[in-house]
Design a protein around this ligand. Structure first.
Ligand code: SF4
Ligand code: SF4
Length: 387
């Protein structure tokens, strides 16, 4: 997919204006998915689980309640395996010896401009819809491994400290989610769009990292089952888009309807500039995601300071709890966002207009409500069982 953000390039990512303190590194052990692994993969009496809740007793009641709710995907009935098999494959290609490895002994020298061209071309060939290159800020690197699938063979042990200081560059990869499936959110088919986005991200990122290692450089893939970095801020630094009110990345091309993977490397690469596509002022007046969120997890009000940055802070615990209630990863905010639209000439024009800051952004949000009405979940495609 051709990037349509050239005219919106800027010297600093838009979050830079909102930095009000020191940004601390995240510990992956604290994220909701890592905590769910205590129920999904570790034994109930595992020393890791005991040690974690001894130091975080305030999280136990929430984690125990949520992780004992009926499982994700159950609303698919006999179509449940369509969801399950995609994630199973991602587990296989999340092993350490697949996402990482030794570089080839003989390094091939390539000018950074040419290397960037090759990396982007190959990533698109493999299936990435969006590709951007930027610096890897160490603030976006997790401090410790939190997802080891219960210390499964092939995965790095839970709690291992992370060091990526030898990788100065990041390649952010964006993968379009199937528009029709996402429009069924929060129903079962949206999970399949998520699964495909992540599976393609895993498939592309491991091959891209392997390609760079074959050139004689260190490179590591970061995808759903084996991250060492926070993909969203990395993608912002790489010029893919901006942080939104909904808490995810908005891109001009795909709105909120994408999934991310990243490759970090020491291969010298020319960086793309970050972009200012008007999201901060647009989200200020839009608020559609906050209105449609069934559980009130997205703020209606102003940005607030969180870990050194002023941002619209998604209430992740509320959101995650709703996922179990819905039996899917919900995605209603993503489906309803005015930026998440099919790739047509009409929407490309509107997205360009929306990217220019001004009073007309408010008119565009109102026009979107008038034309599309209140968000309503669409029916399942014919090859799936109906509800
Ligand atoms: S995914 Fe659903 S529950 Fe979570 S923030 Fe979006 S709309 Fe709300
Ligand atoms: S729905 Fe509106 S407020 Fe929410 S992320 Fe999209 S543009 Fe921003």
């Amino acid at each position: 997919m051709k990037s349509r953000t050239r005219r919106f390039k800027t010297d600093h990512p838009t979050y830079a204006a909102d930095i009000v303190g020191t940004i601390g590194q995240w510990d992956e052990r604290d994220i909701l998915f890592a905590r769910s692994d205590f129920w999904d993969y570790f034994d109930a009496d595992s020393p890791q689980r005991a040690a974690y809740y001894e130091s975080h007793p305030e999280l136990f009641a929430y984690d125990e309640k949520v992780n004992n709710l009926p499982p994700m995907g159950r609303t698919g009935g006999i179509d449940f395996p369509m969801f399950d098999v995609q994630f199973d494959v991602i587990n296989h290609i999340g092993c350490e010896n697949v996402v990482d490895g030794k570089p080839a002994p003989d390094r091939i020298e390539i000018a950074p401009e040419r290397a960037a061209e090759k990396v982007k071309g190959f990533a698109h060939h493999l299936g990435a819809d969006l590709v951007g290159i930027g610096p890897l800020r160490q603030e976006w690197v997790y401090s410790h491994v939190g997802r080891s699938l219960g210390n499964r063979e092939g995965y790095t042990e839970w709690g291992t400290p992370i060091d990526l200081s030898h990788h100065p560059n990041a390649i952010a990869l964006g993968f379009r989610m199937d528009y029709d499936l996402t429009q069924t959110a929060p129903d079962f088919p949206t999970l399949l769009a998520t699964g495909k986005g992540y599976a393609t991200g895993a498939w592309v990122s491991v091959q891209l990292a392997a390609y760079i290692r074959a050139l004689g450089y260190s490179a590591r893939a970061h995808h759903l089952r084996n991250y060492r970095v926070l993909c969203v801020p990395v993608a912002v630094d790489c010029g893919l888009g901006e942080l939104s009110r909904a808490g995810f990345l908005i891109t001009k091309e795909l709105g909120l309807g994408l999934r991310l993977a990243v490759v970090t490397t020491d291969l010298p690469l020319i960086h793309d500039q970050p972009v200012d596509i008007g999201v901060q002022s647009f989200c200020e007046v839009c608020k559609v995601c906050a209105e449609v969120c069934p559980i009130g997890a997205i703020p209606h009000g102003d940005k607030a300071e969180y870990n050194g940055v002023k941002k619209w802070k998604l209430d992740e615990q509320k959101c995650y709890r709703y996922w179990f209630a819905a039996g899917t990863d919900c995605g209603t905010c993503m489906a309803a966002c005015p930026w998440t639209k099919p790739d047509t000439a009409f929407h490309r024009t509107i997205a360009t207009l929306a990217s220019i800051k001004g009073l007309h952004q408010s008119i565009l949000t109102r026009a979107d409500r008038l034309v599309y009405g209140k968000y309503k979940s669409k029916p399942r495609p014919g090859y799936m069982e109906s509800k």
